[in-house]
Design a protein around this ligand. Sequence first.
Ligand code: HEC
Length: 582
Amino acid sequence: MKRFWMMGPVPKATRIAVTTGIALLSVVAAFTLPAAEPPAAPGSPRAYREHAMAQEGNSERGKKLFSDARALCFQCHTVDGKPVKLGPDLQTVGDKYPRAELIRALLEPSATIMPGYGRTEIETKTGEKFDGILKSVSETELTLVNASLVTNRVQKSEVKTQRSSPISIMPEGVHSGLSLEEFTDLIAYLEVLKQPEMQLANAAGTPSVIKRLAQPVTIVPVHDDSIRFDKPIWFGEHPTLPNVFVVAEQITARVWLLGKRTGGDTKTLFADIRPEATTGEIEGVMSIAFHPQFATNRKFYLIHDLVEGGERAMVVTERIAVADGSVDSGTPSRRIIRIAATTEVHHGGGMVFGPDGFLYIGMGDTGPQEDPLGHGQDLHTLAAKILRIDVNRTEAGRNYAIPIDNPFASRPDPAVRREIWAYGLRQPWRFSFDPMTQDLWVGDVGQNRFEEVSIVRAGENHGWNVYEGFELFSNAFRKEKTPYVPPIVSFRRKHGVSVTGGYVYRARRESSFNGVYVCGDYESRQMWGITQSYGKLQTIREIGNSPAKIVSFGTDRKGELYIVGYDLGVIYKVDFAAAKFE
Ligand code: HEC
């Protein structure tokens, strides 16, 4: 899905499944049998697909073909988890895609393009044209590598237009130089490219098998069927109005109140941010945070994308609701902080008030992929960090203040950003505080191999891009004498491709889930329950499956848990009553 905006790699399965479903339905409805398809023309992509689906192939022979001059796969792809070439590393591609999707990736490379590996086209003011994969974006220049593996650097000030192309850099027709048998062997090889088990065996936090609960949770829509949201992205209970919930939509940049009424649920507009936000497939409104004193000051905060004067950023703004809190007052927003971003991927977007009253903001490495400039390890940038600011005070030309106990507040180097709470995070998309222990649990979306769930404390370095999960990713920005804090869990590709952080369940003390951290995966829709002890994974279970893509979890004031179903536009409640965590 190209619209996938959190930017772990994404399986390409859904579209095919949907088309097949519709085809089957129409056949049943018309009570006719489909006409037998004529045989595939020799040499056509269909002939290759059918052969590779029908025959097993030989992965050993396929491995040789991968490096064969006719296929040239090795020119653009690594298979050892170290993506130093033009295309994505394929070490875990057999976990990521079923066979049919691997075939499709080769036969129709442009059908879906992996986020961060799309083709960017640039025209300069002097009329020069460049295209290629954006490998890095610095203050002053863009670095592109094209299909012939030529690197071009373009000064940002020279760019006239920049757009992303729907045509993949991966060449069309890679099959045409191969026989049917060879193509099938190559597919057989891709299929056996799975995450190595041995190297991870002693990393307790990377489970190979996750047991499913015998009594899983049940998941029920929260609202009447007549109500739908358009790409909802955030959900929570209204801080003062009874039986009223708040839903933010990403692309429409609207915030709605969902009223739970016995005569039928209501949906009313709370705030419309459209004029202020940059929106797109992966851009828009990301989170809302209500001020801890909303009951008296009516303040709430939004974080959204904004491209201004050609410069891309995430901004946090403060708005004020009317006296009864039922709708935005329309008073112009006050900008709190602007966080520069190099591209539209991994642009953060989590935002919560901590138990200390300070605002915590999650910021991603801002792409394109693999953190080419080492934002994760660089304390001079706000990218790839969790930030902590005080919105109740202003100081030194800022619309906020730095809490005096921020871990880097008194560093002698004046260029170190004092807003930083923790660093080395790739895309800390959703995070929350355990209301009892005050641990900050973070779901950090991974690059090629692992999704991470971590407990993050002041000043900690969570490793990106030196580590991904428990594994080494790159030594390019490694600093000596820095302790790297490993995650509690890192998920393998077979479990998911984009983790969505959730909440520690504390709503009912008598529940077997009391104290269990619940999170999930956007794409696989699996949900997990996790317990830990001294930073080490204790128990992990699959607790259920969401009907829709899990873009976010939410809670009500009691701490009951909800799922924001992005693609279906439905909010669900997670019912733990009949489930047992064991
Ligand atoms: C000129 C460079 C180039 C060559 C040669 C090339 N690829 Fe690719 N490949 C890419 C790029 C770039 C992408 C990512 C863009 C996309 O998803 O289409 C990609 C994507 C893929 C994917 C999907 C990966 C994912 O996680 O979604 C697979 C599988 C793949 N290539 C396999 C191959 C095989 C097998 C060969 C040899 C027959 C090959 N590629 C040759 C550049 C190349």
